[in-house]
Design a protein around this ligand. Structure first.
Ligand SMILES: [Cu+2]
Length: 316
C-alpha cells in the first residue's frame, strides 16, 4: 500500500466533514458530472498504477473507493428521519431505473463506519423515479461508508461508495485483533484459509451452534453465505464469490461455506459473513491479515507516540 492510498483515507474523512451531516436535509455530492474524469477502459489510466491494486493483469481499482465511476454516480438524497435514500445517475446524468438482478437482488447496500464497525447489509426498494429507499442502516454517530453494489442493465457490475456523517459523540473503536473464531447470536463461526495478495484464496467458514455443526443453513442471496471484505485504511470493497449454490445438487447446506477471495494488497481486512439460519440472517465478523505486513513508511501521517526517541522531539 502506498502513501497515496493511505492519505486518501484521511482526505475522504475530511471530505465527509465538509459534506455536511446526514439527516438534516443535506443532499450530498456535487451535481452528477456527465463525463467523469475516470474512464477505466483506457490503457492510459492503467499507467497510473499505485492505487493499491497490484494484482497482476488487472489494474482496475478495488470496488467502493469511488463515488463516481464509468459515468455512474452514487448520490444520497434527502430522506425522512429513519430512512436512507439515494440515486444512481448514469452516463446521461439521469437517475438509473433499470438494474439487473445479481445475488438475488437489484441493489445491495452495505454500510460500515470508517473504523469498520457497525456493518449492515440491506436491500433498498426502487421507486419509479430511480430513488432507492430503505430503513436507515446507519446505527449511531460516526462517519459511515455506504456502498451501492449493483449492475445497471446493459452495463458491468459496479460498487460505488460515499461517505455519510451521522452527527453525535464519537467513540474510537480499534479494529479487533485478528482471530479465526467469531460468535454471533449463539453461533460459532470458524475461519480457515488466509487471503494472499494478488491471487485467489479459498476461505472456508464453518458454522456451529452449541458445539454441533449446523447442516441446515438456509439459502441467502443465492448461496449459503454472503461474504464482504473491507480493507482497513480505505475501506476498499472486495469481491468474494461463494463456491457452489444451493440448487446445484452438490453443495451442502453447511456447516462449511467456502469462498474465493481476492485481496489487492497486504494489510488488515475485516470480513463480514452473512448467513441465514432459523429464518434470520446473522453476521459473523473477522479481522484477517493478508500477506507480509508492509514496512512502516516514513512518509505516513504521524501516529501517537511516534515522536518518542527522536532527538529534539522527546516527551518526558
Ligand atoms: Cu445484498
Amino acid at each position: 500500500m502506498n502513501t497515496a492510498t493511505k492519505l486518501s483515507g484521511f482526505a475522504l474523512g475530511l471530505a465527509a466533514v465538509f459534506a455536511g451531516a446526514y439527516g438534516i436535509g443535506h443532499v450530498a455530492g456535487p451535481a452528477a458530472p456527465a463525463a467523469e474524469t475516470r474512464h477505466d477502459t483506457t490503457d492510459t489510466d492503467h499507467g497510473a498504477a499505485g492505487h493499491g491494486d497490484e494484482s497482476a493483469g488487472d489494474a482496475r481499482l478495488p470496488g467502493g473507493l469511488l463515488v463516481s465511476e464509468r459515468g455512474y454516480t452514487l448520490q444520497p438524497v434527502t430522506a425522512p428521519a429513519g430512512e436512507f435514500a439515494f440515486r444512481i445517475t448514469g452516463p446521461d446524468g439521469a437517475p438509473v431505473t433499470r438494474y439487473d438482478v445479481a445475488h438475488d437482488r437489484r441493489m445491495h447496500l452495505i454500510v460500515a463506519r470508517r473504523d469498520l464497525s457497525g456493518f449492515r447489509h440491506v436491500h433498498p426498494e426502487l421507486a419509479a423515479d430511480g430513488t432507492w429507499r430503505v430503513a436507515s442502516p446507519l446505527a449511531g454517530p460516526g462517519v459511515w461508508r455506504a456502498f451501492a453494489d449493483f449492475t445497471p442493465t446493459g452495463g458491468e457490475p459496479l460498487t460505488l461508495g460515499v461517505d455519510v456523517t451521522v452527527p453525535g459523540p464519537l467513540a474510537a473503536r480499534p479494529l479487533p485483533a485478528p482471530a479465526t473464531t467469531a460468535t454471533v447470536d449463539g453461533y460459532t463461526v470458524t475461519l480457515t484459509g488466509t487471503p494472499e495478495p494478488g491471487r485467489t484464496s479459498r476461505l472456508t467458514l464453518t458454522v456451529s451452534r452449541s458445539g454441533r455443526p449446523v447442516t441446515d443453513l438456509q439459502p441467502y442471496l443465492g448461496a449459503y453465505g454472503h461474504l464482504v471484505a473491507l480493507r482497513q485504511g480505505d475501506l476498499a470493497y472486495l469481491h468474494v464469490h461463494p463456491e457452489g449454490t444451493p440448487d446445484d445438487g452438490r453443495t451442502p447446506a453447511g456447516p462449511a461455506v467456502t469462498f474465493a477471495a481476492e485481496v489487492p494488497s497486504a494489510g488488515a481486512y475485516r470480513l463480514y459473513l452473512d448467513f441465514r439460519h432459523g429464518d434470520a440472517v446473522h453476521t459473523a465478523e473477522f479481522t484477517v491479515l493478508a500477506g507480509a505486513q508492509p514496512a512502516p513508511a516514513p512518509t505516513t501521517a504521524p501516529i501517537p507516540d511516534a515522536g518518542h526517541g527522536t532527538p529534539g522531539h522527546g516527551h518526558s
